[in-house]
Design a protein around this ligand. Structure first.
Ligand code: AMP
Length: 531
């Protein structure tokens, strides 16, 4: 039977089958707001009805400027089920960039947390919305110029169900972009449903009705990796962190709600690890809590350290253009065995492609062998991989005629199908004709007990073309020398791969989604020379 794959199905099913599953949200004052899927469905229906009453038509974009909490979840379903497109704005961007993105997307309405009104006020002249609906998270009254989210819900009728098609757009997101303008990616209902089904599989996130799920990854960054959709599909309990993303607040939430599955970028986990190491007895967490780590490489040392706390890191890879989860690491049966160096090295790879996702690594001479050594640019295709950017013709060459998308990531793929990211194409170091992986050096450096963060960049060199330079942030109160760190790396790398210099800095510049801004470092240190 031809049955449209739409979020409306997941939404209706969640209300019917899991009315009692809980949704917990940390509010700005740190208190916990609690309600159930039954209330979530009723309120989301009312929000969708209100948007339709305000004039929402099929395909219209509704922007959100919100933290992770119950009202954002309501918008996640209300907007697409009422025929609109949910466009999550990244609140960490500069106000002028948010305005540019909202204008480029053609957003008609905005739903914004009251605590984010100061940010909205910085771009309100540059981006005009027909209606601005304010969520009174703090309980204070909403100014008359805006619509009050709670009042809108209280007086609204449920949305009119539409005959949605699976190809209809449901959501959109802009890439965080380390260079150039952000690019918009539109997600269809079909892409989001198939992505949710695959994400829930045991060898992916293994998400079930019994899980309590905390997406730390923001709901404004590629749909929090699809977790809100997947959780609603299986009826899992959700525990949202709201605006409180510091290690102690997260650990308190993990403990009070006995969270079993969580997800975020490595910088978040580095903070959590530090807190756990400092006070190992303070929190009683659910044993074996799974932590999906992606967005940047999870170093092997981090995976080992969490194992010591009985917490399980699951390394994954994806991009805004891949909706985003495209590869996840689990130990395949043929590799199972005692936890040792080989297994940790395998777990530090970015994983194997999900069902329905095809991958290949392309070199100048064609497809690279799956030998774990030959580097090539990762290309992917599948039902939730974007086919183009929104309203942008210039980047069409990123897609081949038969649907392969060039990711810009340089990888090896091993005989077992595990992808290992060695670099972004633009970050590779080419020394004397040989590629040096900056990511391998960075991962090794953060394994040193005194190192908090490390970035390795290429600096111009008269003899070799380029040479690697390490830029390191030490842990608080530590001191180290360049020689000491080079000695630490020496047994692990060929001599020509070792960085010529190690510079110590207070901080590594990052994008709004936590990726290292290496372009900035390359510019800063372009004249650096070995003395
Ligand atoms: P974004 O579209 O902002 O999510 O960025 C996607 C990019 O983040 C990818 O192309 C990779 O370069 C990087 N990335 C994502 N996950 C990982 C990972 N597990 N390890 C290393 N890099 C990653």
């Amino acid at each position: 039977m031809r049955f449209p794959l739409t979020l409306a199905h997941i939404f209706e099913r969640a209300g019917k089958l899991f009315p009692k599953s809980e949704i917990v949200s940390r509010l700005p004052d740190k208190s916990l707001h609690r309600h159930t899927y039954s209330e979530f469905c009723r309120r989301a229906r009312a929000l969708g009805g209100a948007l339709q009453h305000m004039g929402l038509k099929r395909g219209d974009r509704v922007a959100t400027l919100m933290w992770n909490h119950y009202a954002h979840l309501e918008a996640y379903f209300a907007v697409p089920c009422a025929g609109g497109v949910l466009h999550t704005l990244n609140l960490r961007l500069a106000p002028e960039d948010i305005a540019w993105i909202a204008n480029h997307a053609g957003d008609r309405f905005l739903i914004v947390d009251d605590v984010l009104l100061p940010l909205y006020s910085k771009f309100r002249e540059a981006a005009k919305f027909e209606k601005v609906i304010v969520v009174p998270l703090t309980g204070s009254s909403v100014a008359a110029e805006f619509d009050d989210y709670e009042a809108v819900i209280a007086r609204s009728r449920p949305f009119k169900p539409l005959a949605l098609k699976e190809e209809d757009p449901a959501g959109m997101c802009y890439t965080s972009g380390t260079t150039g303008r952000p690019k918009g990616v539109v997600y269809s209902h079909r892409a989001l449903v198939l992505h949710s089904l695959a994400s829930a599989l045991p060898d992916v996130m293994g998400m079930s009705n019994h899980d309590t799920v905390t997406p730390v990854v923001p709901m404004f960054h590629v749909n929090a990796w699809g977790m809100p959709f997947t959780a609603a599909m299986v009826g899992a309990k959700l525990a949202f962190p709201g605006p409180h993303l510091d290690a102690v607040s997260l650990l308190d939430l993990y403990q009070s709600e006995q969270v079993t599955l969580t997800a975020g970028v490595p910088t978040i986990w580095a903070g959590i690890l530090q807190a756990l190491d400092q006070e190992p007895a303070r929190w009683k967490l659910s044993a074996g809590m799974r932590m999906v780590v992606g967005g940047a490489a999870a170093p092997e040392s981090m995976i080992r350290a969490f194992d010591r706390h009985n917490l399980m890191v699951i390394h994954g890879w994806g991009m805004t253009e891949t909706t985003p989860v495209a590869a996840v690491n689990y130990v395949k049966r043929e590799l199972a065995g005692p936890a040792g160096d080989t297994q940790y090295a395998q777990r530090a790879k970015q994983g194997v492609p999900l069902p329905l996702v095809e991958v290949r690594a392309m070199t100048g001479e064609g497809e690279a062998a799956w030998d774990g050594a030959t580097m090539g640019e990762l290309e992917v295709r599948g039902p939730w991989i974007a086919a183009k950017y929104h309203d942008l013709e210039t980047e069409a060459d990123k897609w081949s005629a038969d649907g392969w998308f060039r990711t810009g990531d340089v990888v090896t793929i091993d005989a077992h199908g595990y992808i290992k990211i060695t670099d972004r194409i633009k970050d590779l170091v080419k020394s004397g004709g040989e590629w040096i992986s900056s990511v391998d050096l960075e991962n090794a450096l953060v394994g040193h007990p005194k190192v908090a963060e490390a970035a390795v960049i290429a600096v111009p060199d008269a003899k070799w073309g380029e040479r690697p330079l390490a830029v390191v942030v030490l842990k608080p109160g530590q001191s180290a020398t360049a020689a000491e760190l080079r000695e630490y790396l020496a047994p692990k790398f060929a001599k020509f791969c070792l960085p010529d210099g190690v510079l110590f800095v207070a901080e590594i510049p990052r994008t709004s989604t936590g990726k290292m801004l290496k372009a900035k470092l390359r510019e800063q240190f372009k004249d650096w020379k070995t003395s």
